[in-house]
Design a protein around this ligand. Structure first.
Ligand SMILES: [Zn+2]
Length: 108
């Protein structure tokens, strides 16, 4: 098994102006879509500023237009685009998100 990126996850802190993968938690779920956005940038701080302005990704544009607030809940400093693809494939963003991961999810 190759080394996985999971273990590098940290809460948002330090200098965000470097390469990394980041996870954004939406204050409320967008109708029919995920509650998180997972992204990769060579300058996460810069990309987040673009998201705040409603740019940088189609989903974040839609979130802004819908008036839904969001929070950066964590990131993987130094993670690559390949790492992002690996994380996305797991389709389990809640597990990475500290806002969701601490809660006991009950269905039914
Ligand atoms: Zn979450």
């Amino acid at each position: 098994m190759p080394h996985t990126v999971d273990s590098r996850f940290v809460l948002p802190s330090g200098d965000l102006h470097q390469q990394g993968v980041y996870i954004i938690h939406f204050d409320e779920p967008l109708k029919g879509r995920a509650r998180h956005y997972l992204g990769w940038s060579t300058d996460v701080g810069k990309r987040l500023a673009r998201h705040k302005a409603g740019n940088g990704s189609r989903l974040m544009q839609v979130i802004k237009a819908a008036g839904i607030g969001w929070t950066l809940t964590g990131w993987w400093p130094g993670a690559t685009y390949a790492d992002e693809q690996q994380l996305k494939k797991q389709h389990n963003h809640e597990r990475f998100c500290p806002f969701c991961g601490r809660k006991e999810e009950k269905h039914g």
